[in-house]
Every structure is written in C-alpha cells, then in structure tokens.
Design a protein. Sequence first.
Length: 131
Amino acid sequence: MKTIYLAGAIHHVDPEFSIGWRKEATRALQHKYRILDPTADKDLYQPSVNTTTYTPEEIVTADLAMIDAADIVLAEVSKTDIPYHGTSMEIFYAANSGKTVIVWGGCQSYWVRYFSTKIFKHLTGAIEYLL
C-alpha cells in the first residue's frame, strides 16, 4: 500500500479548514493508501500551536520524516492571501526526493507548478485522480 503525506496550510488558516480538507481526503483515500497527516496529533485550537508550542526543529524534522516515508505528497495551495512558506518547502523537498507531488487549489506560482507532478483546481479532482 502506498503512502500519502497531506501538506498544506496550518498557520494563517482556521483549524476547521486545516483539519477539514485533510479529514475529507483521509476518508476518501484511506482504503487505498496509508495517510500521514501532520495535524493528527496537534491541538490546532490552542492559540500558541503555530508559534511557541513546538520548536522549529520538532515540526520540521517530523514533517520531513513523514515526507521521507511517503510515496506521494498531496498538497493544498488554495488560498491567495497566505504565504505557504512551509507547504512550498514540503513540495520542493518531496519533488527533489523523487516523490509524486499532487497539488490542489489551482496555484499559479511558477515554483509550485514546476515542482508538481499534477495540479488540480479542487480537492475532489485530486482525490479522483489518486483513486
């Protein structure tokens, strides 16, 4: 069974969005893939979760380890008003590690487009493709 890592905004978005699309993807894909979700063990409703709860080393090394364990990265880049610094780095790292990178959200960034295997406007299209 192949493994998918769910990359996407956690900081700068409300927890319902960050958790919601990941739950939807997990429900749809879990019968065919093992899912790695970086939000799974975090309380995103805690105000300091994106600033001081964890060290940068804790977050980055855990995320890199999950990407290393994955075959595919499914990345959300659907918002136009947030920076996606971490997600962009995850996409870059995954692509340079030989992973398949599926992006949803219709991102127009040259860098994201260059390092993506396939881009979809909506999550449903990415899920259909993966199934």
